[in-house]
Design a protein around this ligand. Structure first.
Ligand code: SF4
Ligand code: SF4
Length: 129
């Protein structure tokens, strides 16, 4: 973890303790696209994202990824301000095929204090659609 930066980590340090009757619905505030830290790309996501961008897998890897902090797999690059490389304004450029790390937060992984930094709204599971 880098000194001076808040780093909320990734599914690698998942702590999930949610009410099973509630699902948290993302409000697209994009805070989680701006946190420092890895945005993990799994092996089976590379081809899907590269295809969506209309480029080959090798080009996708060289242009948009780096090694994860633990050097065990790939992460999306970040901009100098720590935003994810795929964030354009308030939209994700690869929303339709975004990595499972992004799709899974906060319902499949999260961390202590996540409610303080995420605007997702709790909805009763049967109402969530
Ligand atoms: S921080 Fe929460 S509400 Fe904001 S974009 Fe991420 S998941 Fe959605
Ligand atoms: S891939 Fe998209 S959803 Fe995931 S952190 Fe980057 S901009 Fe956000």
């Amino acid at each position: 973890m880098s000194a001076g930066n808040v780093n909320y980590g990734s599914p690698g340090n998942r702590i999930v303790d949610l009410d099973k009757d509630v699902v948290y619905v993302c409000q697209r505030c994009t805070a989680c696209c701006r946190w420092p830290g890895d945005v993990r790309i799994e092996e089976d996501e590379i081809g899907r994202i590269a295809g969506f961008l209309g480029i080959g897998e090798d080009e996708f890897i060289s242009r948009y990824t780096r090694l994860r902090t633990n050097r065990q797999g790939l992460s999306l690059l970040e901009k100098e301000n720590h935003e994810c490389i795929m964030l354009e304004g308030n939209s994700c450029r690869i929303h339709e095929v975004k990595p499972s790390q992004c799709a899974g937060f906060p319902n499949k992984w999260n961390f202590p204090g996540w409610r303080d930094v995420c605007e997702a709204v709790p909805v009763k599971r049967e109402d969530a659609g």
